[in-house]
Design a protein around this ligand. Sequence first.
Ligand code: ADP
Length: 199
Amino acid sequence: MVIVLFGAPGVGKGTQAQLLSQRYGIAHLSTGEAFRQAIQQGTPLGKQVQEYVHNGLLVPDELATAVVAELLAQSPYRERCILDGFPRTLQQAHALDELLAQQGRSVELVINICVAEEEIVRRLLARGRPDDTEAIIRQRLAVYAEQTHPVLEYYRQQGKLHEVDGNADIETVHQRIVAVVFNTIGPLGDAASLHRASE
Ligand code: ADP
């Protein structure tokens, strides 16, 4: 089972993916985190992606897809997985479908978190990551509108897209997402109750 958390930079995908991951005990795969870690550690991948990430551009599809392919083949991601930050282009979406089909699974649900653009800029400036300067934020939003937004239509046509209003506090947005997961996939059990049951 694969759930994709979707949305513009700054809508809170990472935060919400982590909450969902903890709640249900499902692995969380963030391509942005994977790239930032590689950059910080100075790995060959890090050197290949740093110019793109720091300038608010997308890492080339082939590279991003290769990284995801490798991770999805490994535990824990080859079981249940929440994807955050991938796919970001139509080409990545097609590649993901092929990858998952080879593993006998598919994207089950895509949750689009919607937040107004000015609120996004405000949140990102407050976060202050190295790629969170106003100019780079505007660049990332433009890249999103041009290259990533079309992916929504792809999933909408497959009936997999669900929208969640992200203009609320973290816990409220989390509850909205949990409701969508429950209504579409059904009860997943939560990690805390599974843990209690095994005690
Ligand atoms: P945000 O959602 O705030 O933009 P992310 O952590 O998801 O932050 O991504 C940070 C950066 O990592 C992006 O601006 C881009 O350079 C790179 N990146 C992340 N995911 C992908 C992807 N699927 N394809 C290409 N580049 C990506």
